[in-house]
Every structure is written in structure tokens, then in C-alpha cells.
Design a protein around this ligand. Sequence first.
Ligand code: DSN
Length: 427
Amino acid sequence: MLEQTDPEIYNAIKNEQARQINGLEMIPSENYVSDAVLSAMGSILTNKYSEGYPGKRYYGGNHNIDVIETLAVERAKKLFDVSHANVQPLSGSPANQAVYFALLNLGDKVMGLHLFFGGHLTHGWKVNFSGKFYTPVNYQTSPNGFLDYDALEKQARQENPKLIFCGATAYPRLYDYKRLGEIAHSIDAYFVADIAHEAGLIAAKVVPSPARHADVITTTTHKTLRGPRGGMIMCDGNPSEPLKPLPEDANPRENLPTLIDRAIFPGLQGGPHNHTTAGIAVALHEAMQPGFKMYAQQILRNAKVLAECLMGYGFNLVTNGTDNHLMLVDLQNKNITGKEAEKALEDVGITVNKNTIPYDPRKPYNPSGIRLGTPALTTRGMKESEMRLIAELISKAIEHSNDSNVKEKLNKDVIDLCKGFPIFKYN
Ligand code: DSN
């Protein structure tokens, strides 16, 4: 149908499909959704307006949408062990935006990991809304790449922020959520855990969860969780209607669910994307199955082997390894920049992204590192032996980045490897 009505878009989709089939997708925030998720995403649910929440909509005809959103909410609550979930944020940044809107006043101080040390734009970066409308304070990692909780605590006590974010786009280690919660609460700040990267690993219980430690948990749904592009906000408590008036000595956290729901709608968004909500519900159901735990365990095993093999080829990894699904490679000893390495790898069909490393002497557009990870490769069914081969391919592609003959041969090797691990049933 699309082929006839809009061949330009059809062809671009087909070309992207071929790229995804024939390449090794190693950007750690990307993944391949199941056919079931895709089918929910591509459904007629996109036709419906549903402003409000299940049972409290501003449009008629929402009884089916209510079923879908309620299922998504209940599954999120169960999987992440929380008593409240909002599944309407359009993605991770809107989810974080809603947290600011719900909990802070304009100009309030917010503390988050510095962007160049792996933090996220929305955790208080100067050109982002979070840095423009609020007062950002950034913490850094130690020179060894690990979070320094003592330094973070000292900085938090000095700065007295109203909210502390944890979570990152390029941190290869686990978080001490208990300590972070204690630090935040000791200065009466909110502790918000942005688990966008690790959500699937947390759902599968292969890495620790921030539940009970964080006041609010935000996430995207399309990374390790392997759902459609979307977001969620979770916390404890039940929404009250109307919002409870707060006496002087009341705990403001009692109102968290209502404050968050109101921040999303009517605060920031209109109608939820119901096709996405259905896709999220399907992905959450998948994440509850025993196979998903095996998937998450394999992500970690693959990352460990890939990290060890890369170090065997002389690559320096920030923190000397990984505890999660990603690694950050410091290329300074390899005589190549992150941008050049990204291009060299793309030329052979391996997709990664350039990334700053802690205390990077270079600028973010052409930094000293690359970031890569194993979630998408693991979805394809690749295991430890493929990781060993991929480390070799990466090493050769970077070593021979200026040799087109070698790169052509490496690209053939990548395509051959991919052929053994098909991703789409409808090829
Ligand atoms: N863009 C995401 C990532 O790649 O990690 C963060 O928002």
C-alpha cells in the first residue's frame, strides 16, 4: 500500500530496514522491538484522542483506550515494584521535564551529572530548559571514571539543591541508589533516578533497582526495555483527587503521584499517543516473561566479554570495564578521535557514537571517545563468541581506518555475521 501511495517514504524505510539488517547496531540506547510491539505501534490506536487518564477523560469513546492504558500502568507498577506509574510521557526528556514542573519552582537548584561526564541534557545542562529555567549544579566523576559519592555528598551539602538526579547516558557502572537517596534526603532534596539506560536490566532484576530509594523514577521505554519510543514516570503513593492541601508539617512526597500526573496532563502534554501506550504495554508484558531475564543476563555477559576483548586489543576503557550494557572507550592512545572512529566503524557497518570521556581535552563534536553497547546485538541472538569476533572487527576497522580495501573486506565480514542473526521476520 505505502509502496504505491508514497514510494519515496517506502524506499527510505526499506533502505533503513536494510541498514538495520546488515549492520551491527552498537549504540547502547538502541534496540530492536518485537513484531508484537511493532504491530501495536502501527495500529489504529493512533486515531484516538484521550486527554486525561483512565476513567477521567476529556473525550468520549475511550473505553478501549482505558483498558490499554490501565494494563500498561499495572504492568509497569508490577515490573518496577512501585505503586504509581504514568505511561503518557512522550519520551525521556518530556518525562524529566514533567518532574521539574511537578516538584520545583522556576530557578530552583538542581544537581545532576555533568553532560561531558556521561550525564543527560535534562539533568541541568546550560543550553537545555533544565539549565535555563532552573539553577544547575553539575557533579563529575573521578578521573578514574567512577562516581565519587563522598565528593557528591560534600557538593550537595554545599550547594543545597532541591533535587538530585542520577542516571547517565554513558556511565558503565552501577549506581549506589541507597547512598544517593540518603544524600538527597539528608538535605531535604528530592532524589530522582533516571533509569532510561538500565530499565530493562532493572526490570529483569539483573542490576539493582532504585525503588524505595528514589522519590521518583523516570525512564524511556525503548532502550534495554525494548519497547517503543516512549517514557514513564514512577513513584510511590496513590493519586489523590483533588490534590491534598499540604499543612505546614506535611510530607510533600504524599502528593507525588498527583503532582506528576498533573504535570504531564494538563501541565505539559495533550492527548497521549495511544498506539505507543499499547506498544509499551506489550513490551512490559514481554519483560515479565522468563526469556527476558535470560536476555538481560546475556546483555551483561556479552558486555563483559566485549569489554575484555577490546582491552585485549589495547583499547582503554573508562573505569577499565563495565557492569552494565555499555562501555566507553578512551581512544587517546589509538591516534584517532571519536568522530573519526565513529566514521571508520560506520564504513564497515558497525554503528556506535562518538562520546566525551571524563576530563576530555577535546570538544563534544569531536571528542576522544566512543560509546558502544550490547542490547541490540543480544536481541539478535549474538553471544560471547560473536562478541570476540566483533572486538576483532572493531580493532581492525580502527587500525585500518584509512585503508579502503581492508574496510571493504571487514564490511563483508560484518554482513556475513549479520546473516546468521536475522532480526525481522517480514524481510
Ligand atoms: N539519546 C539517549 C542516549 O543515546 O543515551 C539519551 O537521551
